[in-house]
Design a protein around this ligand. Structure first.
Ligand code: NAP
Ligand code: GDD
Length: 326
């Protein structure tokens, strides 16, 4: 068991909650950076951390404020820092490019700079994304595939990736980029397509809704389970040398396939409930993401275990359970 201290930004999100549980299980002292409003409204804003709240040390700080990040790094002196906080919804980034770029790029820069100045021994993880590949030239994508982001979200992640690599190369920081493909769970935010589908199916089954409206059904994603992906983050920081890794299942499915399976799981024919809305299409789409995680398998010994169909079923079941219909 470890007596190490970890600091997580974005601890209230899907990945932050699973990573906290994983690190507590490894014996870490776990600290998290949260927005001040989260401490004022814990019922809603800390809901994913409910079961472990008493074992975490939470610090109010803002990603937009270097002074507040500096204070927390100075106080906590972490051995490992997992930088997960971001405006993470691609669609919002088309509505407000400026705040997505500001929050995601400056937040990463502030954190790296504070770690370099105040805790240079700290190992740093940056939550990079398969959205960086965007309109990728090759399939599947690995660590050598060129980036071609298609949104300001993707652009902000490429900038974070480059900042992280540059702090490693220029200042000798142990800094890693995870290039994580889509990962989902019953804790996924309701705005993302998988959770929108599974919560929609549950609502239809419960008689609370009659249809599900979506955008592009033909987009394909490489969907894995978030609980397994946070183990990949941790493994990256346990190696002799810092490096960058793709984490993915290597299998991709369309949004339509996800819909079909989710409805079929509760005995419904999706064609009776699904409508499409052009408003939900993105100005620039990423049509196909499929990851090649052979480096992570070989170097980290990381591999995914949850299969696509099991992920869909788990999410539908949890949403039905929340409505009291199973
Ligand atoms: P998530 O559920 O949306 O969580 C995002 C976290 O960032 C939340 O804790 C949120 O805090 C925090 N945050 C957002 N804006 C903030 C701001 N201005 N100041 C402070 N905190 C802020 O995302 P996730 O799925 O866990 O993903 C974690 C990270 O991995 C993100 O950086 C995401 O871009 C990246 N990523 C995710 C995936 C995926 O498929 N899930 C794949 C690749 C990369 P509040 O709760 O207060 O809003
Ligand atoms: N959200 C949403 N809502 N997406 C829809 C809808 C809809 O009604 N209809 C179709 N889609 C399509 C989107 O156009 C996209 O092609 C796909 O479903 C997946 O959308 P999201 O679930 O919003 O995820 P994402 O792939 O854009 O981004 C997620 O994965 C990235 C990694 O590749 C996020 O978690 C990012 O933070 C992450 O970096």
């Amino acid at each position: 068991m470890s007596s190490k201290c970890a600091l997580i930004t974005g601890i209230t999100g899907q990945d932050g909650s699973y990573l906290s549980e994983w690190l507590l299980g490894q014996g870490y002292e776990v600290h998290g950076i949260v927005r001040r409003v989260a401490l004022e409204d814990p019922e809603h804003r800390l809901s994913r951390l409910k079961a472990i709240r008493g074992r975490l040390k939470l610090h109010a700080a803002s990603l937009e404020s270097y002074a507040s990040i500096h204070r927390v790094i100075h106080e906590v002196q972490p051995d490992e820092c997992y930088h997960l906080a971001a405006q993470s919804f691609v669609s919002y980034s088309f509505d407000d490019e400026f705040s997505t770029l500001n929050t995601n790029i400056n937040g990463t820069h502030f954190l790296l700079s504070a770690v370099k100045t105040l805790a240079p021994q700290c190992r740093f993880y940056f939550a990079g994304s398969s959205e960086m590949f965007g309109m990728a030239e090759t399939v599947p994508q690995n660590e050598s595939t060129p980036f071609h982001p298609r949104s300001s979200y993707g652009i902000s992640k490429v900038a974070g990736f480059d900042l992280t690599r540059n702090y490693r190369e220029a200042y000798g920081l142990y800094a890693c980029n995870g290039i994580l493909f889509n990962h989902e769970s019953p804790r996924r935010g309701f705005e993302f397509v998988t959770r929108k589908i599974t919560s929609g199916v549950a609502a239809i089954l419960a008689g609370k809704s009659t249809q599900l409206s979506l955008g592009n059904l033909e987009a394909q994603r490489d969907w894995g389970h978030a609980r397994e992906y946070v183990e990949g983050m941790w493994l990256m920081l346990q190696q002799p040398q810092p490096d960058d890794y793709v984490i993915a299942t290597g299998e991709c499915h369309s949004v339509r396939e996800f819909v079909e399976l989710a409805f079929a799981h509760v005995g419904l024919d999706y064609t009776r409930y699904l409508t499409t809305d052009p408003e939900l299409h993105r100005p620039a789409e990423v049509n196909l993401l499929k990851g090649d995680a052979s480096k992570a398998r070989k170097v980290l010994g990381w591999t995914h275990r949850v299969k696509f169909a099991d992920l869909v079923r788990e999410m539908v079941d949890e949403d039905c359970r929340a409505l009291g219909i199973i």
